[in-house]
Design a binder for this molecule. Structure first.
Ligand code: FAD
Length: 318
């Protein structure tokens, strides 16, 4: 079922969902199941699986020369989605990236998804490779999420890269895109960000999932800004509890978000890391309660494939 249908069928009740990251290459899928099992009792209608583009590694040869090799550390997004659907009978949302994929590879991936009965995708540009200062598009791939979105929309209209004829099988994807309550770090200002987000929705995006935030007011302002700019699709808040004290700066640095002063005070006053974890969960429970009152369609958790903290929050909320 499509994410938008899940939201409609909930009749205003806030749903629970979460995101997983594929295991490192060479590890089994059991880690994914271990991350899902404790959360199934909260009845997620869908589960997201992230995607990671290739990085470079350097292999040293006997003669001392270094060979630069392209390497995907966490492959398997589509297969994991299929395995989850098969095992848990829930919908899955694979993340599709511009970076690391040619248009042809993307088309084949979308055909695989269609055959597997996966009806939702989250289309993203993707992060820069480690070691690259900025995002470098793949040759033959897309530069912006809008271009990738257009490819999915084209296939939904029966227009493939090289086939475009009457009667061709149309795909039927429900398409999500990313939103940034605190602005995407490359955008000169929020207005520019809204412009591209509106473009995505006008092109056919059906829902938005936000970057994590720790101050609900940022989300409320973002939703109001979207509505004022004519962006009227569901806006799903993405959430992650603080689980260690280093995250006050590491999350701020990685995701270009602000940590509220009150949260920093609470975390800095904790006597040890166990207390930090509890305080982080408590903060998130309060955030969730306020978001539910605001009427959010879904509370979507970035679990990083670690169910423990999310389970504690879900127990308090659902
Ligand atoms: P875009 O929409 O392409 O925007 C990138 C920047 O370019 C923005 O500043 C935007 O304002 C600007 N822009 C957009 N369109 C245009 C245009 N046509 N012309 C000029 N400028 C433009 N990363 C991963 O690698 N894997 C994941 O699985 C993943 N999952 C994510 C899930 C969520 C919910 C979120 C919020 C982010 C996720 N990311 C993931 C991170 C994301 O890939 C990065 O934030 C990336 O830098 C931007 O992606 P985007 O889709 O927002 O890009």
């Amino acid at each position: 079922m499509k994410i938008t249908e899940h939201i409609e069928n909930a009749n205003g009740k806030t749903l629970f969902s979460f995101e997983l990251i594929p295991p490192l290459k060479g590890q089994s899928i059991q880690g994914i199941y271990n991350a899902i099992d404790p959360l199934m009792e909260f009845k997620p209608p869908f589960i997201d699986v992230t995607s990671l583009r290739e990085d470079y590694i350097y292999k040293e040869h006997q003669n001392g020369l270094l060979e630069k090799l392209s390497y995907r550390k966490r492959p398997g997004t589509i297969a994991i989605c299929a395995a989850i659907m098969n095992r848990y009978k829930v919908d899955t949302v694979p993340h599709l990236l511009c970076g690391g994929f040619t248009k042809g590879e993307t088309e084949n991936a979308l055909i695989d998804l269609q055959f597997l009965g996966i009806e939702n995708v989250l289309v993203l540009r993707g992060d820069a490779r480690r070691g690259d200062a900025t995002f470098i598009p793949t040759e033959g791939g897309h530069c912006y999420a809008t271009e990738l979105l257009q490819q999915v929309v084209n296939m939904n209209n029966g227009k493939y890269l090289h086939e475009d004829y009457e009667g061709i099988e149309k795909t039927n994807f429900c398409i999500g895109v990313a939103g940034y309550p605190e602005k995407h770090f490359e955008a000169p200002n929020l207005k520019a960000d809204f412009k591209y987000l509106k473009q995505k929705v006008d092109m056919g995006a059906n829902f938005i999932v936000t970057q994590m935030f720790f101050d609900n007011q940022k989300y409320f302002d973002f939703v109001n800004g979207c509505r004022a700019n004519g962006i009227n699709v569901p806006i799903i808040p993405g959430l992650k509890p603080i689980t260690n004290s280093k995250q006050l700066s590491s999350l701020a640095k990685t995701f270009f978000i602000d940590m509220p002063e009150d949260l920093c005070d609470v975390i800095n006053a904790c006597k040890d890391e166990k207390a930090v974890r509890e305080a982080g969960i408590e903060w998130m429970i309060n955030q969730c309660k306020e978001l539910i009152k605001f009427g959010v369609p879904v509370l979507h958790f970035y679990t990083m494939s670690n169910a423990g903290p999310t389970r504690k929050i879900a127990e308090a909320i659902f």
